[in-house]
Design a protein around this ligand. Structure first.
Ligand code: ASN
Ligand code: ZN
Length: 332
């Protein structure tokens, strides 16, 4: 027989967490039937296939050492739980396709693989163990980022190149931050930094900064007169920046111990409307008004349409969308 259990995940990035698991006879499985039946598999360093469903004798996950531990599975399963709950409870979306069915996760992909990715064809997330250090690519914001790609694929379908590609990437960073704040985990507090726990640069710096994207040395803060063929992880900068401005406002602000200082194009002042409203506006823009070819100008129109539908054209939220886009030099 099978029944629902509550296990413990000793994660790498989020401390000790509760994991919903399944008992099958005398073995526990990393299967969460309470959220569309999400399953976590280990690829055991392979680069194809589904791998093996992670199982355990005592329902305490993440107790060994080395790359074949359960730890990466515990982080991935936690990320899937929190991302599911964030979309369900704050945006009313039931799973990546909004059909109540979970994707699945694969950890321990290949060897020394310092990336993670979403794949539409398997409807699954994949996580590497990281190279040159023991930092798996399984932090909560990265897990949510990858699942965010699944949501984008199944809604606007933003093409992964040019300006639509930048908007696609930014959407994943935005949901990544949204999930990190939603989870309210004391070990991995919410922030507007991307991948800060994984230390992919091996110098303690995050992968990306949403308040001032140019701090990573590659991303751009504002749109100016177009973004050319910039890598989508850099042309995401203006949209990440716009989302920060819309949520928190321009200038200096300290949140959960991190101090941000967000500049604006032409010194436009922006008053933030809070994360919840900003997330609802971006999600509605993505799911209702954007298409596969939406560019930055189109994203502004989509976000204004979303703010109008949610709050009305006379609202502070509507005005803030216009100001936040002006802050990245898009629109008047
Ligand atoms: N981790 C990367 C991302 O989600 C993988 C990729 O380049 N598609 O953006
Ligand atoms: Zn991405």
């Amino acid at each position: 027989y099978q029944d629902i259990k509550t296990g413990t995940g000793n994660t790498q990035y989020s401390g000790s967490v509760t994991l919903d698991t399944t008992r099958s006879g005398s073995t526990y499985q990393l299967t969460d039937t309470t959220r569309g039946s999400h399953k976590t598999y280990s690829l055991n360093n392979a680069t194809s296939g589904t791998g093996t469903l992670m199982t355990d004798a005592d329902d305490v996950w993440g107790t060994g050492s080395g790359s074949q531990t359960q730890t990466a599975g515990a982080d991935a399963a936690y990320g899937a739980q929190k991302t599911w709950d964030f979309f369900k409870n704050t945006l009313g979306r039931s799973g990546i396709r909004n059909d109540g069915v979970a994707a699945y996760s694969r950890v321990h992909y290949g060897s020394a693989y310092a990336n993670a990715y979403w794949d539409d064809s398997c409807f699954c997330m994949t996580y590497g163990d990281g190279s040159g250090n023991t930092h798996a690519l399984t932090s909560l914001d990265i897990a949510a980022h990858e699942m965010g790609h699944g949501v984008t694929s199944n809604t606007a379908g933003l093409t992964y190149s040019g300006e639509s590609g930048g908007l696609n990437e930014a959407t994943s960073d935005i949901f990544g931050a949204g999930v990190e704040f939603y989870a309210d985990n004391s070990t991995d507090v919410g922030d507007y930094l991307v991948g800060e726990k994984v230390d992919i640069n091996s110098n303690g710096s995050p992968l990306r900064y949403m308040d001032k994207p140019s701090k990573d040395g590659n991303s751009v803060d504002s749109w100016y007169s177009g973004l050319g063929n910039l890598d989508v992880h850099y042309s995401s900068g203006p949209a990440n920046h716009m989302f920060y401005l819309l949520s928190e406002g321009s200038g200096s602000k300290t949140i959960n111990g991190v101090t941000y200082n967000s500049p604006t194009a032409d010194s436009v002042a922006v008053t933030g409307i809070g994360r919840d409203a900003a997330l609802k506006i971006w999600y509605k823009a993505l799911t209702t008004y954007m298409t596969s070819s939406t560019n930055y100008a189109g994203a502004r129109t989509a976000a204004l349409n979303a703010a109008s539908a949610l709050y009305g054209t006379n609202s502070a939220q509507y005005a803030a969308v216009g100001n936040a886009f002006a802050g990245i030099n898009v629109g008047s």
